[in-house]
Design a protein around this ligand. Structure first.
Ligand SMILES: [Zn+2]
Length: 280
């Protein structure tokens, strides 16, 4: 299944030269090119809909006024175009022929592919790679890139991880609000199954200190965090170099972590970690 999925994505990217699209591509213009006859914004319960019509397809987007709502709306628009592009390369997937709804639930192979196509459209490979490489794929560039491409922080981070030349894994953590809680992992993403972000419930709080430190900071914080290496089984996941940066307020505050499993741990990193652990 993974094979067909990858082929369908590659086929769409190549057939429609998505790699070479400009930054902030005009989705309305693209939609016309791909056979959409009209785009409407309405108060609907799903995020977006693609409806066959007499003269092509109609896309209906959920009405939204907030900046984050508009970001989501743009992603949903690109996602619906994904369904059209898949259809035109002959992908049948597991869909019915009727209207498509973009929902949080009912996530299947075709929906996942459409999210990937949306990322390819909104953050085109050539432009995005050049922009991210300019600052050596640093996590400190994440919010700037998200603003530049009109994409959400998590979607932009996934795109960075997908294109970065060195092995890197991302994890989004909800930091503990009190001493009695643990930090909780909300989502993780990597392109290699060799590495995995471990669950906090089996780790001592001290080992996750970087997450707490980033949660209380405005900058990107660097340090070490444990990451599972599936090819080197051990009772306790080893520490790897990591960068962490927090965004959002109060209960919506999240910490984005980039783990670099193949970078060397420096003496500095270990000294700082040891000193902190001893003083806590
Ligand atoms: Zn969909």
């Amino acid at each position: 299944m993974a094979r067909t999925e990858k082929n369908a994505l590659q086929q769409v990217v190549e057939t429609f030269s998505l790699e070479a699209l400009p930054r902030s591509v005009d989705l309305n213009e693209l939609a016309v090119k791909f056979g959409v006859s009209s785009v409407e914004v309405d108060t609907i319960s799903s995020e977006a809909m693609l409806v066959p019509s007499a003269d092509g397809y109609k896309i209906i987007l959920k009405k939204s006024d907030s900046p984050s709502g508009l970001t989501r709306q743009r992603f949903s628009f690109a996602h619906e175009l994904g369904h059209l592009l898949l259809k035109s390369v002959g992908y049948s997937g597991n869909s019915s022929s009727g209207a498509k709804h973009r929902e949080k639930h009912g996530y299947n192979e075709e929906e996942r592919l459409c999210d990937q196509i949306a990322a390819e459209i909104l953050m085109p490979g050539v432009a995005f790679t050049s922009d991210a490489a300019e600052s050596e794929w640093s996590l400190s560039k994440l919010s700037h890139l998200a603003g530049m491409y009109g994409t959400s922080i998590p979607a932009t981070a996934r795109r960075m991880i997908g294109l970065i030349p060195e092995p890197c894994v991302m994890g989004i953590w909800k930091p503990a609000a009190s001493d009695t809680e643990t930090h909780s992992l909300q989502q993780s993403f990597g392109t290699q199954s060799r590495y995995g972000v471990p669950n906090a419930t089996r780790l001592s709080r001290l080992r996750l200190w970087l997450i707490a430190r980033a949660a209380n900071s405005r900058r990107v914080e660097s340090g070490i965090l444990p990451l599972l290496a599936r090819n080197r089984p051990s009772a306790s996941p080893p520490d790897v170099p990591a960068d962490a940066w927090a965004w959002g307020k109060d209960e919506f505050r999240r910490v984005m972590v980039f783990y670099y499993p193949e970078r060397k741990l420096t003496d500095d990193m270990l000294t700082i970690a040891n000193a902190t652990w001893r003083s806590m």
